[in-house]
Design a protein around this ligand. Sequence first.
Ligand SMILES: [Zn+2]
Ligand SMILES: [Zn+2]
Length: 270
Amino acid sequence: MLIHQFILQHRSFSQVLFYAMMIISCWGIECIICVTAKRQKLSHTFLNARFIFTALPIQLFLTGFVLLIVSWDHNHHWGLINYIPRHQNKWVYYVSLFFLLDLGEYIYHVTMHKIDFLWKFHLVHHSDLMVDVSTTVREHPGETCVRVCFLMLWVFLLGPAIAVLMLRQVFQTFFNILSHTEFRLPEKLNNVLGLLFITPNLHHVHHHYKLPYTDCNYGDVLSIWDRLFGTYQQLPRQETSFGIDTHLDPTINARFISILKIPFGKLERK
Ligand SMILES: [Zn+2]
Ligand SMILES: [Zn+2]
C-alpha cells in the first residue's frame, strides 16, 4: 500500500503519530539545548501530559463528525469555497482555502479570549507558568469540545476539500508545537519569518502574563491576521513572563485536578 493511501485511510492515527513524534523530538532537543532544570522540566511535563488523556478521546470522537460534515458538503456541493472555481486555477482555490481555514482559527482564538465563559476554559492553557513543548497539550477538555465544534461549523460553512483540510492540519500541528517550544529564533530571522508566520517568539508574547500582550498574536499558522486586525505585538524574551495575572498561584498549578477546576471558579477578569 502506498504511503499516501495509508495516511488517507488512517487519518486520525497518522495525525496522532505525527503529533506524538514531533512533541517527543522537540522535548528531547529542549532537554539538550535549553537551560531549564531537568527535574522541574520533568514534573512540568508529567503534569501537562495528563491533559492528553482527557482531550484525546474527545478529539478523536469529534473528528469523525468533522469528516462527516466534509463529506456532506462535498456530496451537496455546499460551502463558500465553491464560489472560487476549482477547475480554472487550482492554486488560487487551494491557497484561498488554506487562508480561510487559518482565518477560522484566528476568529476562534479571539472568541475564546473575548467571551468570559469561554475564556475560563482557555485560560487553563494560559495558566502555565513555564511554557515549553508540553504546553501544547495543556488544554481543558471543555475547550477541546468547543474547538472541534467551532471547526465543524467553519468546515460546514466553507466546504473544504479533504486533502487541503488535512494538509492544513499538518501545518497547524507543526506550527502549534514549534510555537510552544523553548526555542527562540534570532531576531532578524524572526522579523522575516514573522511577516507571514507565527514563530515561537511571537507566540511567547501571547503567553505573557498580562494585558495587552495576552490579547495579541492570536494567529495559528499565519501572522497576517494579527497584522491586519491590529493584534500584532513583539516583546523581547527577557521582558516576557509566562502565566496569567489572575492565576499566578503555583499551588493551583501544581495539581492536575485544581487546574481542571479553574473554569468552574469565580472569574477575575485579566
Ligand atoms: Zn490564547
Ligand atoms: Zn499557546
